[in-house]
Design a protein around this ligand. Structure first.
Ligand SMILES: [Zn+2]
Length: 430
């Protein structure tokens, strides 16, 4: 266990058998920041050293440079959120990265827009329940229900031992059936279940609303609004984006996406159920900062295509009640400049803790000053009525808490709990 025993995000686990190793996730801790990369698109050696010294890069022999241990055959990435893959570009370029095809696209796109170093080569394609053989490891991916697109849990088998790594789970998103599938058909009796526990602490409190609940509440808020509706959400939370899109349609409004979200959706365009910028009820609005960044990163052709689906700021200003506009704090100045905040209804749809951030406080104040209002509608989703039912159904020999602040709470789940602290090794004997 390199990291993740007592924190949410920043996951990194090493699986070792004689002669070979695998890495499960290489996440950036939620409170850590990456340095700037060099103009040639590589990491500066001194910056890497600093990150190692600060413990941001977990000390895994042979992961970043030639080591003395057994070879690392692959880095498995459960999903494309930075707290699970954000340090992957530091791994040696000859270590293949095994991730879902769409997850990989989202990771590549993010790296390009951020101007960050490219990721290592893609390993064999990950598909739901299709076994991959990598050296002595037999890997079975299970598609899971998560707000991140194309997210997996991994069963890894080798030398008669079996480990199931949950990645992030939840049970009431738009792919709830995948969660039920894992419970019904997931591997029974594994030697160790490395189980995320984001919401274990909350289980005893109120149940989290489902995406459908959020959708209904959003429809109400959008119908009640008289001015522009702004939807403040993460650009890579695809489930929530679909929820906002559906709510906009049902309240008779068009959805305005920015070119970054348009690009994310375009890169997933084979997935039939996701909205696209070419669809009638979707239009692209061009905030300054993200637009110039995308031009700078070489997306000029895409920007032309998006421009054909564009809406002018003046139109939004003149007829605000026709639209729901996706919002991030980098767009505040555009809205201030164009006067579109006047009487606006902001729907805040992320973790409430982020509102304490200075840049976000500025948004809240600006809305207040413009006579608008803010409503919070969110669900963390990663549920764990969930975790409990997975454990009950799969009856693992032991559960290893991960991605949690409270490993002690796992004791309520029933089977043997092995807390493996960061830096500690768990031996799975026969
Ligand atoms: Zn996570």
């Amino acid at each position: 266990m390199h990291r993740g025993a007592r924190q949410i995000g920043g996951n990194c686990v090493e699986l070792a058998v004689p002669g070979a190793r695998l890495i499960l996730d290489l996440g950036l801790p939620l409170d850590a920041q990456l340095p700037r990369s060099r103009p040639d698109g590589t990491w500066d050696a001194a910056a890497v050293k600093d990150l190692m010294a600060a413990g941001v890069l977990p000390a895994v022999d042979g992961l970043y440079a030639q080591g003395s241990g057994d070879p690392i055959l692959a880095l498995l990435v459960s999903h494309a959120y930075a707290d699970h893959y954000g340090l992957a570009s530091f791994a040696r370029p000859d270590i293949p990265i095994v991730a879902g095809k769409y997850a990989r696209r989202l990771m590549d796109l993010t790296a390009r827009i951020m101007g960050a170093p490219a990721l290592g080569p893609a390993g064999p394609e990950v598909r739901h329940e299709q076994v991959l053989e990598i050296g002595p490891f037999r890997i079975t991916p299970y598609l899971v229900d998560h707000s991140a697109f194309d997210a997996y849990a991994f069963l890894v088998e080798s030398g008669g031992r079996r480990v199931l790594y949950s990645g992030d789970l939840r049970a009431h998103g738009r792919k709830e059936s995948m969660f039920e599938h894992l419970v019904a058909h997931g591997p029974r009796g594994v030697d160790a279940l490395l189980l995320e526990g984001t919401t274990l602490a909350r289980d005893k409190g109120e149940p989290q609303p489902s995406e459908r609940d959020i959708e209904i509440a959003m429809i109400d808020a959008m119908r009640a609004a008289t001015g522009l509706v702004l939807a403040w959400s993460s650009g890579q939370n695809i489930d929530r984006l679909v929820t906002i899109y559906r709510a906009a349609l049902q309240s008779g409004r068009k959805l305005l996406i920015d070119p970054y979200i348009a690009l994310v959706l375009d890169s997933l365009s084979e997935v039939g159920s996701l909205p696209k910028m070419e669809w009638g009820p979707v239009r692209v609005l061009f905030p300054k900062r993200v637009s110039s960044l995308m031009e700078l990163r070489g997306y000029g052709d895409f920007m032309k295509r998006a421009g054909a689906q564009g809406v002018r700021w003046q139109t939004v200003c003149d007829r605000p009640s026709e639209f729901v506009a996706m919002f991030r704090n980098s767009m505040l100045d555009d809205h201030l400049r164009h006067g579109t905040l006047k009487g606006a209804q902001m729907i805040y749809s992320m973790w409430s803790g982020y509102l304490a951030d200075d840049r976000n406080k500025r948004v809240v104040e600006a809305i207040d000053q413009a006579g608008g209002s803010l409503t919070s509608l969110h669900s963390v989703g990663r549920a764990s009525g969930g975790s409990g039912s997975v454990v009950e159904a799969l009856v693992p020999r032991r559960v290893v808490p991960m991605h949690t602040l409270v490993p002690e709470l796992y004791a309520t789940l029933g089977p043997t709990i092995s807390v493996v602290d960061d830096g500690a090794i768990l031996a799975l004997e026969a």
